[in-house]
Design a protein around this ligand. Structure first.
Ligand code: GAR
Length: 197
C-alpha cells in the first residue's frame, strides 16, 4: 500500500508513521510527503529520511481552486492508495476528493462530531469536558466531517493546558492512525490469493 502524507506543521504523526514503517510493523510505502507551505518540520523530517517531498505553497496561487488542482496533481503523481493528513490544516475541495474517493484519511484531536476545526483541543478545554480524545476518519469536503473509522478517549486533567492535553491526545492519535493504516493495508493485501479491498 502506497501513501502520500500531507503536513502543515511539525508532523509528529508523520514521524510515528515513518517509525512504524521503519520497524516493519506497518507494511506501507510512504511514497511522498507534501505540504501547503515551504519549510515545514514535516517535510524536513521526510527529506532527512530520504522520502520524496513536494511543497504546493497556498500563497503562491491566485485562487484556492488553482492551488487545489496543483496539490491534487502533485499528490496523484505518486500514485497513492491513500492520502493521509497529518495535521494538514487546509480543506481540500471536491476535485481532490473525486480523485481519491474514500481514500483521504484525516485525524482530529477531539471526539468528533464535538469540537471540529483548527482548535479542537482548545475548544474542548474551554467547554470544560472531562473526556475528549481523537478521531481518525475519511475526510469529505466539510470541516472534520466524513465517516469515522476509529476513536480513542483521553481524560482531561484539572491542571491541563492546551499543550499538555494535546500531547496526551497525540499519543493516542499516533497509535490510532497506525492501527487504522495497518487495517487498511491488511485489506489491500491479497488474502488467500484475492484482494478484498
Ligand atoms: C494533530 O493533533 C492533528 O490531529 C491536528 O493537528 C495536529 C498536528 O500534529 N489536526 C487538526 O486539528 C485538523 N483539524 P503534527 O503536525 O505534530 O502531526
Amino acid at each position: 500500500m502506497r501513501i502520500v502524507v500531507l503536513v502543515s506543521g511539525t508532523g509528529s504523526n508523520l514521524q510515528a508513521v515513518m517509525d512504524a514503517v521503519e520497524d516493519g510493523s506497518l507494511p506501507v510505502t510512504i511514497a511522498a510527503v507534501g505540504a501547503d507551505r515551504p519549510g515545514t518540520g514535516g517535510v524536513r523530517r521526510a527529506a532527512a529520511a530520504g522520502i520524496e517531498t513536494f511543497e504546493v505553497d497556498f500563497r503562491a496561487f491566485a485562487d484556492r481552486a488553482a492551488w487545489n488542482r496543483a496539490l491534487t496533481e502533485a499528490a496523484a503523481a505518486h500514485e497513492p492508495d491513500y492520502v493521509v493528513s497529518s495535521g494538514f490544516m487546509r480543506i481540500l475541495d471536491q476535485q481532490f476528493l473525486d480523485r481519491f474517493p474514500d481514500r483521504y484519511l484525516n485525524t482530529h484531536p477531539a471526539l468528533l462530531p464535538s469540537f471540529p476545526g483548527a482548535h479542537g483541543v482548545r475548544d474542548a478545554l474551554a467547554y470544560g469536558v472531562k473526556v475528549t480524545g481523537c478521531t481518525v476518519m475519511i475526510a469529505d469536503a466539510g470541516v472534520d466531517t466524513g465517516p469515522i473509522l476509529a476513536q480513542a478517549a483521553v481524560e482531561v486533567r484539572p491542571d491541563d493546558t492546551e499543550d499538555s492535553l494535546h500531547e496526551r491526545i497525540k499519543i493516542e492519535e499516533r497509535r490510532l492512525l497506525i492501527e487504522t493504516l495497518q487495517n487498511l493495508a491488511a485489506r489491500l493485501l491479497p488474502a488467500s490469493g484475492t484482494a478484498d479491498a
